[in-house]
Design a protein around this ligand. Structure first.
Ligand code: PGA
Length: 265
């Protein structure tokens, strides 16, 4: 269940390209008021608003334990990359960075190599990294789900390994998000979520060692709702959830955060 090996559950809210500024501020104010977060609440919570609202999020969540994250970062720190946002730029406003989301891979051409560079850039800037991985429906049907996770994790984690041994990335979190479950309303079964998260942790152990794997928080993502969260969070390797659609509803998101805290209690 969530909270294994002393890991505090982690819940992420990925707003994607949703909300006007007014909607974002209303949602942030509701979360600040109603959403449990932090060590006392037994759950770590991070929201990933669209980049233009990061400053609003930092302001409105300032007095709370809810953290702010950026949905993506550019691999480079600065340069002639019109429209892009770098990890050092957001490091003063956000504390987390999401990399490797399947929508970035699919719609923006983020390859495994690009995701690896983005993850390394986030770590270098001092951001807590949340790496997303997961297989497509076709890959799963072809029996390649495990191989896809292996490939994505090998590529992303390799740059964290300088010669001489694994670099300690204390705060690494990985979200297992089967592409077929994202935005589809087809949540993975609790067994599928647990199996994916177990496979992710095994790969983290293979690349970064057993201690890093025991520390790493592995999240499930894909059509998580307040109704499905409790059973998903019961998996031994499921340390939390990454929530898309339901994170745009403050009451639903707060209920999921409470479910995560309860699963670890
Ligand atoms: P969803 O999105 O909850 O809307 O399926 C999850 C995600 O993309 O992280």
């Amino acid at each position: 269940m969530a909270g294994g090996d002393g890991r505090r559950p982690l819940v992420g809210g990925n707003w994607k390209m949703h909300t006007t500024r007014a909607e974002a501020r209303t949602l942030l104010a509701a979360l600040a008021r109603d959403c449990p977060a932090g060590p006392g609440a037994g759950v770590d919570v991070v929201v990933f608003p669209p980049a233009p609202w990061l400053g609003d999020a930092a302001d409105l969540l300032g007095g709370t334990a809810i953290a702010v994250g950026v949905q993506d970062v550019h691999p480079e720190a600065s340069g002639a990359f019109t429209g892009a946002v770098s990890a050092p730029m957001v490091a003063g406003v956000a504390t987390w960075a999401l990399t490797g989301h399947s929508e970035r891979r699919r719609f923006f051409g983020d390859t495994d190599a690009v995701v690896a560079r983005k993850l390394a850039a986030a770590v270098a800037a001092g951001l807590h990294p949340l790496l997303a991985v997961g297989e497509s429906a076709a890959e799963r049907a072809a029996g390649q789900a495990a191989a896809v996770l292996q490939r994505q994790l090998a590529a992303a984690l390799a740059p964290l390994l300088p010669p001489g041994g694994p670099r300690v990335v204390d705060d690494l979190a990985v979200a297992y998000e089967p592409v077929w479950a994202i935005g589809s309303g087809r949540t993975a079964t609790p067994e599928e979520a647990q199996e994916g998260c177990r496979a992710v942790r095994a790969q983290v152990a293979a690349h970064l060692g057993a201690a890093a794997a025991a520390r790493c928080r592995v999240l499930y993502g894909g059509s998580v709702t307040p109704d499905t969260a409790p059973a998903l969070l019961a998996g031994a390797d499921v340390d939390g959830v990454l929530v898309g659609g339901a994170s745009l509803d403050a009451a639903a998101f707060a209920a999921i955060c409470r479910a995560a805290a309860a699963a670890a209690a």
